[in-house]
Design a protein around this ligand. Sequence first.
Ligand code: NAI
Length: 462
Amino acid sequence: MVYDLIVIGGGPAGYLAAERAGHEDMSVLLVEKRKVGGVCLNEGCVPSKSLLYSAKILEGARHGADYGVRCDNVSLDHAAVVARKNRVVNTLVTGVKGQLKRNKVTVAEGVAEILTKTAEGFVVAVKPASGPDGAGTENVGKRLLVATGSAPVVPPIPGVKEGLEAGFVLTNREILDLDSVPATLAVIGGGVIGLEMASYFASAGSKVTVIEMLDHIAGPTDGEISKILLANYKKRGIAFELGAKVVSVGGGEVKYEKGDQTLAVKAEKVLLSIGRRPVTEGLGLERIGVLTERGAIKTDSRGKTNVADVYAAGDVNGVSMLAHTAYREAEVCVNVMAGRRDSMRYGAIPAVIYSNPEVGSVGETEESAKAKGLEYECAKVSMMFSGRYVAENESGDGICKVLVDKKTRAVIGAHMIGNYSSEIIYGAALMVETEMVVNDIKEMVFPHPTVSEVIREAIFSL
Ligand code: NAI
């Protein structure tokens, strides 16, 4: 059969594109080699949030006395936490499968490989992920959408490869399925994955040490917020080695260089979370001439590659590497395929760290604004301006920063640390996206009492 569209990869970009294209009455084949839902649903965003929510309840119970609620003998049943996580994942994966079915998408389990382009379209082989050579099918698509996502970066540090094989070193995939809580956990990389997992395992009882190459955690997050987050983590007993370069892993420890010293931290398990790289190898992209740059597929703002009728969306393009970006990129691709005008805008994509406290960011930080030479004014307020925040946080140290363009008075960035930031940041993203100006925001009514009011407080403090 000749499909209107073959989608390779069933993560957020792939499954949403397939659903939307099916809804447009395109005949769609979606090929997935592991599990529909991709990393996000099966071993990333969703399962980690399930674990973190259990940890949040645990911390709430532990600190209940501060709020007049005494809970004795509080404990965490890690196996039950993981079992619940699996139920959450199954519910959502079943939902995605249902949506694909409703939109008449054909789903093929297997590994896709582009063979050639003929007058009919792109020929894609689908082979079983394991099994005899030669098995499988050949399919033709008038269009292709590559949405193969990303995989953890595995550095050539001595012992890492062997550690991964032996189950001593874990990535985001394996750590979510540990059947017990390690007594000691070393986390290599203090970015989003490292911080979220450090948070859960510290609550669950591990002695966690985060080893980070840079002198700060949370990568491009606003510098002040990164420091507050670090202080919160340290308060919870999580140790940090910043400005540290890992030199080897093995024998139950991680060795690293810091200044002119070589040090080591003992670890029952090691989490490797130093970033992710686009997955393009073995796809056969070179057979049809698709350009890649440092492993990522080059696309324009409409998701088009250099080859006509071949699109790419999600982590594989290496641009933003977030599931919510992938969703929108997928929609853009399908709209363009359907002949509608659409393109990606990357200036107002919110980012969240689901730590406790949560961090939410959108747009320019002070650091990025300075680097670009932008003239801005920064309003900064304590979250204690919000009545709800005070009611719900004993000794909270959250802040909210709003950056405004000095000339136009439009909001160009917003950054916050404190719980509910993950939900509030969407409102700030709307302000950045629509270039709302200070006076417009002053005339808006925010629900009271909510933590979102800190945005209004920040704006009035300008
Ligand atoms: P990341 O890029 O967020 O952080 C990696 C960290 O590792 C950086 O701070 C980097 O300086 C450090 N690093 C690199 N090499 C190192 C080395 N040899 N030794 C010590 N530190 C080293 O990458 P991460 O945490 O692996 O996350 C990967 C992707 O997953 C990101 O693209 C992120 O956007 C996505 N993600 C998003 C989440 C969210 O939105 N809440 C949650 C989890 C992942």
